[in-house]
Design a protein around this ligand. Structure first.
Ligand code: F6R
Length: 627
């Protein structure tokens, strides 16, 4: 979703801000803009509806040499995605960018309008900027100061007080970054629930909503905690508590990700690169964690705390959104079968608004690639507040969800740039599979042989084998792009895989698609089967093979195009289907991980044939930081 970048320092700010915006593009956005602070002149803003490249093209004549400024990519929430609603927004001396939502913006706007303030945009952000400017004027008049005559330090102190007063009146989870005419070379930020990360390097200070935009400058970063004000000036960062106003020392952390990792490295898209990284992701995620022998446990960081977490567990609640929710659905099968643990799976946006029961022994696990998804974070906070033991499975160890969870089981997928999640899903399932096995061991459950750590150990090799046929699946996807719709069906752990295949298809192609449990076919969806519909049936030779094969006949007799995904060498499935994909022989536990890969490639091929923007599908955002 929206991205923020800010710079103050020795270099020319504009190229740094535009480069930062490019690094944030993957999050999804529909307009972009920047503001450059002029120490002697009023701040100038430039905005466009469209891409960062459109902003670059529209501002070629702007050769300003200003050394500080802010920039933003906006994903529309309040007001259409047009130039007027794009950030930055200005109110008097304030120029501001914002991520998140001002929940009480309408009430605040009415009060400000009653004071005679006129709004130019439909955004909640402009309300914030106007309120802040009002507060600045109030503090100034209380101190009987003349803005044009006071020192930079005094102006800074006035803005701080105004910001703290503003924060008290605003409800919502958000972050703002702004500059104030007359407070030279200075940027102000407030973290109120949306991430802000910052770093200092060679006399300059950099601030962003996402560390990706800062990786090239320095690998030590400071994550601004919630409720803290940040002031950046002349290459230095200072931190203050928003409630007390007291100064604090920023804590810097070393980040392991490197800037090189966020390049396409010869692939036509980030998504394709990420699909091909999956064998490596599984290997990295398992590296150092596999047990030494069958009877010993997986080697997690903080092993003792891991054992304490699961010692008295009675039930598990897994909560997530989108693709991560599908990983949770698969994990339900894992935990119930191998750990004999009652497992409930919830969509985060539903969980947070019902009344989940937290009896003693309830462990709540949240799953999130980004670690910033608003609904998942709210679900985690609800569980934490209710006294449940919590853990997270996140791909970004520095994210808010990872930090706020009781225990972390990180995935090692590295930065995922393609909006459609692929390798992060595989990383999540790898951790979940290992975890369910290990919890089963801790609970003394006898293994049923459906998965073993040896099965997991050969997973990178099996993923690699599937990718050998990638060209075929991409071509098959191109054929499906001409169909009216695609239906995905499967049973057991392959039912959530069918949902995931369908999600990939619709988000990348914008075509209708559905996923169903194969047994549900004749309870409704069979009605729309005709030759213009394609049905992808997941039917490997597992315990449910015979059942799924009978569904296959039902589909065929309605004339739909049938694509069978099954065990390599299954001639029966091959003969019945118009196209067949053979999965390598593997254990039941790793099957859903492997079966998801051809579906990613099929959706990829369909989107490519339709000329879609594969890395950034329309209307979608990588990190969904508003509910
Ligand atoms: C789909 C996709 C989304 C995310 C969902 C949750 O390809 O990427 O459905 O899975 O927005 O995001 P995270 O995992 O970051 O919480």
């Amino acid at each position: 979703m929206c991205g923020i970048i800010g710079f103050t320092g020795k270099q020319q700010a504009k190229p740094i801000l535009l480069d930062g915006l490019r690094q944030l593009e993957y999050r999804g956005y529909d307009s972009a803009g920047y503001a450059l602070g002029g120490n002697e002149t009023p701040t100038q803003i430039r905005r466009v509806a469209g891409s960062v490249q459109d902003l670059v093209n529209a501002t070629l004549e702007d050769t300003s040499i200003e050394h500080y400024g802010i920039a933003h990519t906006r994903w529309a929430t309040h007001g259409a995605p047009n130039e007027t609603n794009a950030h930055p927004h200005q109110a008097g001396l304030i120029t501001l960018v914002h991520n998140g939502i001002v929940e009480n913006y309408s009430e605040l706007k009415t009060k400000l309008e009653a004071k005679g303030i006129r709004f130019l945009s439909q955004t909640d952000t402009e309300v914030y900027a106007q309120l802040l400017e009002e507060k600045r004027k109030e503090v100034l008049s209380q101190r009987a100061s003349d803005w044009t005559k006071i020192s930079n330090e005094e102006k800074e102190s006035i803005v701080m007080e105004a910001l703290r007063a503003c924060a008290k009146e605003v409800d919502g989870h958000y972050a703002v970054l702004f500059l104030v005419d007359g407070v030279n070379d200075t940027l102000f930020g407030l973290q109120e629930g949306a991430p802000l990360v910052a770093t200092e390097a060679n006399g300059s200070a950099y601030i962003a909503s996402d560390l990706q935009a800062l990786l090239k400058y320095r690998s030590e970063m400071t994550f601004i905690p919630k409720g803290k004000v940040l002031i950046a000036a002349r290459g230095h960062l200072r931190l203050f508590d928003a409630s007390s106003g007291k100064a604090e020392t920023p804590k810097f952390e070393k980040i392991e990700w490197t800037a090189e990792k966020v390049e396409k490295e010869g692939y036509e898209t980030f998504m394709l690169k990420e699909i091909f990284q999956q064998p490596m992701v599984v290997a990295d995620t398992l590296s150092g964690r596999l047990p030494i022998q069958e009877s010993s446990g997986f080697i997690w960081d903080h092993l003792k705390a891991h054992e304490v977490l699961w010692k008295n567990v009675k039930r598990l609640q897994l909560v997530a959104c989108g693709t991560s929710y599908h990983a949770a659905m698969i994990a339900k099968y894992y935990f119930e079968r191998w750990a004999k643990l009652e497992t409930q799976v919830d969509i985060a946006s539903e969980y947070r608004y019902r009344s989940p029961v937290f009896e003693p022994g309830t462990v709540v696990g949240v799953i999130s690639q980004s670690g910033e998804t608003a609904d998942t974070l709210a679900a985690l906070r609800l569980a934490n507040e209710s006294g449940a033991s919590t853990f997270s499975i996140c791909n970004v160890p520095t994210s808010t969800i990872a930090r706020e969870s009781g225990f972390q089981y990180p995935t090692k997928a590295g930065p995922e740039i393609g909006v459609a999640s692929t390798k992060a899903f595989t990383g999540q399932l790898t951790v979940l599979c290992a975890l369910a096995l290990d919890v089963g061991r801790l609970r003394g459950v006898k293994s049923d042989g459906a998965i073993s750590f040896q099965g997991l150990a050969r997973l990178p090799h099996d993923c690699d084998q599937i990718l050998q046929n990638s060209k075929e699946w991409i071509e098959l996807g191109a054929k499906l792009s001409t169909k009216k719709m695609t239906l995905f069906v499967g049973r057991g752990t392959l039912y959530p895989v069918a949902l995931e295949g369908s999600l990939k298809m619709k988000e990348l192609t914008y075509l209708p698609s559905e996923g169903f449990a194969a047994g549900e076919l004749k309870h409704g969806p069979i009605a729309y089967l005709d030759p213009e519909v394609a049905v992808i049936v997941l039917a490997p030779k597992d315990e449910l093979y015979a059942k799924t094969m009978s569904n296959l006949e039902e589909i065929k007799s309605r004339g739909a195009m049938l694509i069978g995904i099954g065990t390599v060498g299954d001639s029966k499935l091959q003969e019945t289907s118009s196209a067949f994909i053979g999965l390598p022989q593997c254990s039941l536990g790793t099957l859903p991980i492997l079966a998801a890969i051809p579906l990613q490639l099929i959706a990829y091929g369909a989107a490519k044939a339709l000329g879609r923007n594969i890395d950034r599908p329309r209307n979608l955002a990588k990190s969904v930081t508003v509910e």
